[in-house]
Design a protein around this ligand. Structure first.
Ligand code: NDP
Length: 298
């Protein structure tokens, strides 16, 4: 292996520490804790794990965590009424509705009901628009975490060729917007892209957000490139094991023999997502109280 490992776990821990310091300052100025509300509908086991982890990390950062659980039989109107209540609640700075929602609910309608200034996931169309035109708003946590890791490793990204594989609203598209804002030359690839290996070979920065285990091979990577692997895929279990290994969208062994730096899975992008969520919630709290955050503090 020649590539340097990008340690997302360590970076996320240091970001959480910074958030905790600023959360204490916020509390002393606002005379209340910054608050993050998480809404979970239904009994998806993976969502329960995420929500518990978000709650624990919110409290550990010195913020208030409000958890709301609705049954999978709850109506869309009940969920919208809860969101309305949270929008009005001055102790709630950020609102996150855990996705996916049950099939009988319209995700876009639910996201649209969140006050954009409390939309710490950055999924509201107002925040997508703000990102597109360069106004301050909330940016989805996973791509923002990827840019933080890239800037930490590379400094300025200006002029670099970046290829983002994936065009989802929560990862690929905001990732591309953020890289454009950093003055990269950005190519967005997807399932209809022709000659994907050749497209990826041009890239100084590769961001893989596809959801296909180990799809990006080592010989697709330009020597010295920086590889950010967003994918989280579970392989089928080995004989005798009850769970398969977690892997990314990049063939880690092949790519790390060529790349300059690479994020591992697990321990790369994954830990950044919740750390950035806490960061966004804290930024929301400062804005909601009209307090100024020190420039580039987090
Ligand atoms: P989506 O399924 O919404 O999007 C996948 C994208 O990959 C689509 O744009 C699709 O193209 C593209 N794609 C699919 N197959 C190919 C292919 N063969 N070649 C090129 N492109 C292809 O996924 P998400 O963006 O939500 O997530 C992507 C991955 O990131 C998943 O593994 C997910 O688990 C992980 N993830 C990790 C997070 C973290 O915290 N680390 C957070 C969020 C996601 P098209 O649009 O043409 O269909």
């Amino acid at each position: 292996m020649t590539a340097e490992l990008i340690d997302g776990k360590a970076f996320a821990a240091s970001l959480r520490d910074k958030v905790a310091i600023l959360a204490a300052t916020f509390e002393s100025k606002a005379m209340r804790k910054a608050g993050l509300a998480v809404v979970l509908v239904g009994d998806d086991p993976a969502s329960h794990v995420y929500v518990r982890s978000k709650g624990q990390q919110t409290v550990a950062a010195g913020m208030a965590s409000f958890e709301h659980r609705l049954s999978h039989t709850a109506s869309e109107d009940e969920l919208l009424a809860l969101i309305d209540k949270l929008n009005q609640d001055r102790f709630v700075d950020g609102i996150l509705v855990q996705l996916p929602l049950p099939d009988h609910m319209d995700e876009q309608k639910v996201i649209a009901a969140i006050n954009p200034d409390k939309d710490v996931d950055g999924f509201h169309v107002i925040n997508a628009g703000r990102l597109a035109v360069g106004l301050p708003g909330f940016v989805p946590c996973t791509p923002l975490g990827c840019v933080m890791l890239l800037k930490d490793r590379l400094g300025s990204l200006a002029g670099l060729d970046a290829v983002v594989i994936g065009r989802s609203n929560i990862v690929g598209k905001p990732m591309a917007q953020l890289l454009i804002a950093e003055s990269c030359t950005v190519t967005v690839a997807h399932s209809r892209t022709k000659n994907l290996p050749d497209v990826v070979r041009r890239a100084d920065i590769v961001v893989a957000a596809v959801g296909r285990a180990e799809m990006v091979k080592g010989d697709w990577i330009k020597p010295g490139a920086t590889v950010i692997d967003v994918g989280i895929n579970r392989l089928p279990p080995e004989p005798g094991a009850d769970k398969g290994r977690l892997v990314g969208d990049v063939d880690f062994t092949g790519a790390s023999a060529v790349a300059g730096a690479i994020t591992p899975v697990p321990g790369g992008v994954g830990p950044m997502t919740i750390a950035v969520l806490l960061r966004n919630a804290l930024v929301a709290a400062y804005r909601n109280e009209g307090l100024k955050l020190p420039a580039d503090a987090i």
